[in-house]
Design a protein around this ligand. Structure first.
Ligand code: ADP
Ligand code: ASP
Ligand code: MG
Length: 439
């Protein structure tokens, strides 16, 4: 069985819900994970914000506006009076439920309940729509099987057992619809898998039922081999290794968060990224297969700051790097790239909130230099060190560009360059020409 996840943008309007319904009704039994309609989770966060600030009036105004929007969606989505009434009733009850939280103390627990309503409504709407169309669709409530443990990590044993039980309750269903994102925690309270968590839900379900494939449907094309906004002639990437996808995740290529696909990776289930706007396009397949000797993609990340700490004390000393890293850690600033020499170390950060304090502390250990407005360029592919020629080709593309740092060997799938933000366009184009267009 396959698991298909549709994000908020893919169920963002009545029209889009109809498209999804068309896509999923092919006679094959499947589990469909849905996000809240786009914008809803953000609005629920805003409502919660008013309630935290003890402003029920402000909250109510937004609740009413959101409810009115849903009433219009319902009117547009269904053709029969029967289903219009049923869906309107579900929408009304969820909004009344949200309103009941405007009266009392509002804490983190109540917020989780409010946030859960978006997915509960979108799944009920799509389920009713499918039934109106005569499709054998059944809702399986995520709150009955999706659970985290005491460390707030998903509990795969519980999920597997309870999900199976839910599926067995309705064995004839063709399509099982469930909510992404929402779950219960170890204490049985309503909780969630963090923003964007619907992908995580799909991956956990895929692993739990040993799915043949997990499909993540969104409103854009799968991965491209370079940034189409910057570079001419980009091509879709048809296939990525899980590790390659993880490398790219940092680079704003808003593909799946590595945590979200980990369950699929461990269970060895391929994840396919597909585009709701262009459903016949092959999309991008992410799996544990490596394409030998192939460079897959180039990606860039701006707003990078490089910090160099140079000290003759580093020579032959031990514990120097630990001291340096501890300073970053104490300011909750994560380091991305690292390059070392015998007497110096350069690191990059993308969060400069505590830059001044960090620099102050680093000066205890050496001479400190800072370069801002830098950009990391990352080349991803089969870059196993025993392959020859690939690093040379990447380096050769950078021949006219001042390169501040190079990092290779951290994984088998990556080589990164740190350059000036101003040189990004030329660098990306040069890499594209050198790596992907060589005849
Ligand atoms: P939502 O987060 O609202 O549930 P999606 O998860 O489908 O909906 O997508 C959220 C946003 O992220 C959309 O605006 C979409 O265009 C963008 N997005 C999704 N996948 C990618 C990707 N591979 N590369 C860049 N942007 C993406
Ligand atoms: N609706 C949730 C969010 O917007 C979960 C998701 O879309 O994945 O974060
Ligand atoms: Mg999403």
């Amino acid at each position: 069985m396959k698991v298909l996840k549709f994000g908020g943008t893919s169920v963002g309007s009545a029209q889009r819900m109809r498209e999804v319904a068309k896509l999923i009704t092919d006679g094959e039994q499947k589990i469909v994970v849905l996000s809240a309609m786009s914008g809803t989770t953000n609005t629920l966060v805003e409502i919660s914000d008013y309630l935290y600030k003890k402003n029920p009036e402000g909250a109510n105004e937004i609740i009413n506006k959101l409810e009115a929007k849903y009433k219009r969606h319902v009117d547009e989505l269904y053709t029969t009076e029967e289903y219009k009434l049923r869906a309107a009733e579900v929408v009304r009850s969820h909004f009344n439920y949200i309103r009941s939280y405007t009266k009392d103390l509002f804490t983190l627990f109540e917020e989780k309940v409010v946030l859960a309503q978006g997915e509960l409504i979108s799944t009920a709407m799509v389920n009713y729509y499918l039934q109106e169309q005569g499709v054998k669709s059944a809702l399986i409530p995520a709150l009955e099987f999706m659970r985290t443990d005491k460390n707030a990590e998903p509990d795969p044993v519980y999920i597997k057992e309870k999900l199976r039980a839910q599926l067995d309750l309705q064995p004839e269903a063709e399509i099982y619809i469930t909510q992404g994102f929402i779950c219960r925690n170890a204490y049985g309270e309503i909780d969630n898998l963090q923003r964007g968590g619907s992908d995580y839900t799909a991956s956990l379900i895929g692993a739990a039922i040993n799915a043949s494939e997990i499909q993540i449907w969104t409103d854009i094309d799968g991965m491209h081999n370079n940034d189409p906004r910057v570079v001419d002639h980009t091509e879709p990437v048809r296939h990525l290794h899980f590790e390659e996808a993880a490398e790219l995740a940092y680079f704003g290529a808003k593909i799946l968060h590595p945590t979200c696909i980990q369950p699929a990776k461990y269970a060895n289930i391929p994840v396919r990224l597909l585009n709701t706007m262009d459903p016949t396009a092959p999309g991008t397949m992410i799996s544990n297969d490596t394409e030998k000797g192939k460079i897959k993609a180039v990606a860039a990340k701006d707003n990078i700051t490089a910090i160099k700490i140079k000290s003759s004390r580093m020579l032959l000393a031990h514990g120097f790097l630990r001291k340096v890293f501890e300073i970053f850690e104490s300011y909750q600033t994560s380091i991305d790239m690292i390059c070392t020499s015998e007497v110096g170390v350069s690191v990059t950060i993308d969060n400069t909130k505590h830059l001044n304090e960090i620099l102050d502390d680093l000066k205890k250990y050496g001479t400190v230099t800072v370069d801002s407005d830098m950009c990391i360029i990352c080349v991803v592919g089969d870059l196993d060190w025993e392959n020859v020629g690939f690093e040379a080709r990447a380096l050769d593309a950078m021949r006219d560009i001042p390169v501040r740092m190079i990092s290779f060997g951290g994984s088998n799938y990556n080589i990164s360059f740190l350059i000036r933000e101003n040189d990004k366009k030329i660098a990306l184009q040069a890499l594209s020409d050198n790596l992907f267009r060589v005849k």
